[in-house]
Design a binder for this molecule. Sequence first.
Ligand SMILES: Cc1cc2nc3c(=O)[nH]c(=O)nc-3n(C[C@H](O)[C@H](O)[C@H](O)COP(=O)(O)O)c2cc1C
Length: 374
Amino acid sequence: MTDIERLAKLDDVARKFILKLPPVAPIFFYSNARKLFLSMLSKDLDFPEQKVPASLNQKIWGIDFRSPIFNAAGMFKTGVGYEMSYRQGAGAFLAGTTTNLPRKGNNQGLIWHPFVAYHQSRSASNWMGLPNDGHAATAIKISNIEKKSGCPIGASIAADTGIDENESLKGVVEGCEIYNKAGADFLEINESCPNVVGHTASPSNFLDESLVSRLVYISEKFLKKRNRNLPVIVKLSNDTSENLIPALVDMLIELEYDGINFGNTSTNYSLHRNSIGKLDLQNFDYFTSTFGGGLSGAVLKQSSLNLATLTVEYIGKKNAHREFNVIRTGGISNCQDVIASKDRGIKLNQWFTGYFDAFAKFGHTLYSNMYQQL
Ligand SMILES: Cc1cc2nc3c(=O)[nH]c(=O)nc-3n(C[C@H](O)[C@H](O)[C@H](O)COP(=O)(O)O)c2cc1C
């Protein structure tokens, strides 16, 4: 067992007690401990390389993904962690999200990048505010990765906020170009971070005009000028209204996007409060009323499945003229979730909150444990 595996197990036991303290204490603790943990994890290579059954491999957009599951954006923000993910058996590696200008992220007083886990509910809240080193610094790291077959590299990109809209859009296109040159295999446009002022959560009841104009701009300035196979997908919120799926898919295919990801965290606190366990309610109420932030984990399992399923069904009916794939993110925590996706024609899944629960249980064998049952 490596040190980080031991630490995860220890935390799994201690967490129940730490989370009972007055909310500000666990939030302060986990907001800091999470970053330290991730930094150690992403560099931990002292474990045997795990096997991935060849039967799990699938070609999507002409790219081999050796399995249907990999990390969601935000886990390896700085682009470090490819080798560790590959050794664990991940189906791909997703770096970022990055913005053109480096960002410090959110703080309230001494609490930087607020985060708290809801242990009983297998869920979490975060109000990070997209801290990152910027496209250029992260892309350099990606260009130095020794890529392995079946484990493609993706980069998640978002627009800068708080600056002129045109400059911000130019920054997104610049990001696409920088990661293109760095050798990324696919790009994910993060259109759904609820934690930065100016990034609206994706549209709830109508196709938001500014979302459409951003997507058109990226299409004109980058997608239609691509000179190699570089799929670009759009990540939207798990709060997206199901009624919007036909209009969204029609628009994205028309604009030459290659897929959609449902999705990002939720800000529908009143809906999800019903699924939060009694032991977690104190922290839930404190966090959502103090910071707001996005909800992740088991509370999103159903919405991600519904949105991704309806999208696959719509694409099937539409008989689209170009390959367009759906990624499911939200509440994935075990093989049953990946099987549920597969049964509905969803070929790729990403996980974040569930990854850490699985890591506490299985350590670096978390993927191989899942693959035995797929
Ligand atoms: C601490 C934290 C940081 C995140 N950072 C990002 C990010 O930088 N970009 C992004 O697109 N999503 C980010 N997310 C959202 C996740 O990628 C994912 O969409 C969401 O957590 C739902 O998946 P899950 O239920 O498996 O956690 C973050 C989530 C968490 C919990």
